[in-house]
Design a protein around this ligand. Structure first.
Ligand code: IMP
Length: 191
């Protein structure tokens, strides 16, 4: 049995991860580990933020752990909001305000291509490992669906006909950036 602490306070990410990990990987959430801190994300790249989050939890627990950082990268906005996805419209990290800002910035622009990119940082036996997952798709013109979180209501992954917010977690997992990064993490443990 492999035990890993998942360095996040985001319950949506915890649910997605729980549905992806096999039974022989035991994931402990921060809440289960009794850790109640706001993990810093001070950097300009997903990789450095993922590393910072994992390292913060490793310093507290000295246990194997992993974190992930994700951004929505929109082609016509030169990759914005990217690493600033959570706070695109302000420090209060309001999902709808972030969506409204994306839609405003894309007003009149035909190219709606975008991608979610996830970087996982694993600290395993005191070594760091990184895994990336990308999901390409399209930004639609208004919210559709109520499931999920963040930008899910305005993102249709390539190959699908509905937004992430209209999908169950299992359906989202068929396409998602997070699933692709986790698949690489699992390959690491089966090697
Ligand atoms: P972070 O990795 O927690 O910093 O995530 C940054 C922001 O990206 C979140 O606050 C969400 O708004 C957005 N985000 C991350 N993952 C997803 C996803 O799977 N779907 C939609 N939005 C996401």
């Amino acid at each position: 049995m492999t035990t890993l602490i998942f360095a996040t306070n985001n319950e949506h990410k915890v649910s997605e991860l729980q549905s992806l990990l096999p039974k022989d990987i035991h994931m402990i959430t921060l809440r289960e580990a009794g850790i109640d801190i706001d993990i810093p994300e001070p950097h300009d790249t997903l990789i450095l933020n993922a590393e910072e989050k994992a390292h913060t939890i490793f310093k507290i627990t000295a246990q194997n752990c992993f974190s992930e950082d994700t951004g929505l990268e929109i082609d016509a906005l030169q990759g914005a909001p990217g690493v600033h996805s959570a706070r695109y419209a302000g420090e209060d990290r309001n999902f709808q305000a972030n969506i409204d800002k994306v839609l405003l910035n894309l007003k009149g622009i035909e190219n709606r291509a975008a991608q979610f990119r996830t970087v996982i940082c694993l600290i395993w036996n005191q070594q760091k490992y990184y895994f990336e997952g990308i999901c390409r798709g399209t930004i639609i013109h208004e919210n559709k669906g109520n499931a999920g979180f963040g930008y899910d209501p305005i993102f249709i992954p390539d190959g699908a006909t509905k937004t992430f917010a209209e999908m169950t977690i299992e359906e989202k997992n068929l396409y998602s950036h997070r699933q692709k990064a986790v698949t690489k993490l699992l390959e690491f443990f089966t090697k």
